[in-house]
Ligand binder design. Structure first.
Ligand code: NAD
Length: 253
């Protein structure tokens, strides 16, 4: 009997493939036998430099894949503006609302939501031709709850409102696409992960964040790899329009 989790030979596009979680997904899915094509704005070793907010670049990159492989089985929309708490880059994203620049709001929505839609639009014709496919839209635990700013200990500074707005939008986009594409055998699901421990994070933040969920800890890098395989595989064949949440029970509390 065929293993329903088998993804050998599947052609999978992964955006944000150079990032903290994306690089782990790429390695894991390749080891499981998938043909992973990684895209990232920054490029990288074995990763194509593609800016997902640029329709022309995305269309060209999709064309190259189809020329080589003849099909696209899955798209993992993982790219987003999500600098790790504690990193220099994240500091711009912690500001009180009255100081939060509209330019940053626009940029975050452009990458996290519009870029995702551009990628979906580009792969759908090929998935229709192939009579199926799986699209995985990475949201966040904050697609159903708000950030609890007390754990950040940032004194009057708040994590970007565009992040939560865009991630909630990802879930709506997922439902819309699932409703439209189900008839073509194309499944569209959101994945909402909770915070993952990163070396850049201050230890007291890691402790406080961990205490805010039922498991009492942050996720470890790699804990979502199996979920990605599940969503790319036939094991999730009757699942579409869902928002799969892995947040240590935080949103259930
Ligand atoms: N790390 C976490 O704890 C966590 C928690 C919840 C949700 N998420 C989500 O998981 C995903 C991955 O997060 P991460 O922590 O690995 O973030 P990350 O910042 O390490 O990786 C994101 C990647 O996306 C790329 N990117 C940004 N803009 C792009 C563009 N226009 N075109 C192409 N690539 C672009 C970046 O260069 C980066 O490599 C994100 O969608 C994030 O919101 C992460």
């Amino acid at each position: 009997m065929r293993n329903p989790f088998d993804i050998k030979g599947r052609v999978i596009i992964l955006t944000g493939a150079s990032g903290f979680l994306g690089s782990g997904y790429a390695k894991f899915l390749r080891e499981a036998g998938a043909e992973v094509i990684g895209w990232d704005r920054t490029g990288g070793k074995g990763i194509e430099a593609v800016d997902i907010t640029d329709e022309g670049q995305v269309a060209k990159a999709v064309g190259t894949i189809v020329e080589k492989h003849g099909r696209i089985d899955a798209l993992i929309n993982n790219a987003a503006m999500n600098p790790a708490v504690g990193s220099e880059e994240s500091k711009n994203m912690f500001v009180p609302v009255e100081d939060y620049p509209i330019s940053l709001w626009k940029e975050e929505l452009e990458v996290n939501l519009t870029g995702m839609f551009i990628c979906i639009k580009a792969v759908v014709p090929w998935m229709k031709k192939g009579k199926g496919g799986s699209i995985i839209n990475v949201a966040s635990e904050v697609s159903s709850i708000a950030h609890d700013h007390r754990v950040y200990n940032t004194e009057g500074k708040y994590k970007s409102p565009a992040y939560i707005a865009s991630k909630t939008g990802v879930v709506g986009l997922t439902r819309s696409m699932a409703a439209q594409l189900g008839v073509h055998g194309i499944r569209v699901n959101a994945f909402s992960p909770g915070g993952v421990r990163n070396e850049k994070m201050p230890a007291d933040f890691v402790r406080r964040f961990g205490e805010s969920n039922m498991l009492g800890r942050m996720a470890e890098p790699g804990e979502y790899n199996g979920i990605m395989q599940f969503l790319c595989s036939d094991a999730s064949s009757f699942m579409t329009g869902a928002n799969l949440t892995a947040d240590g029970g935080k949103s259930a509390w």
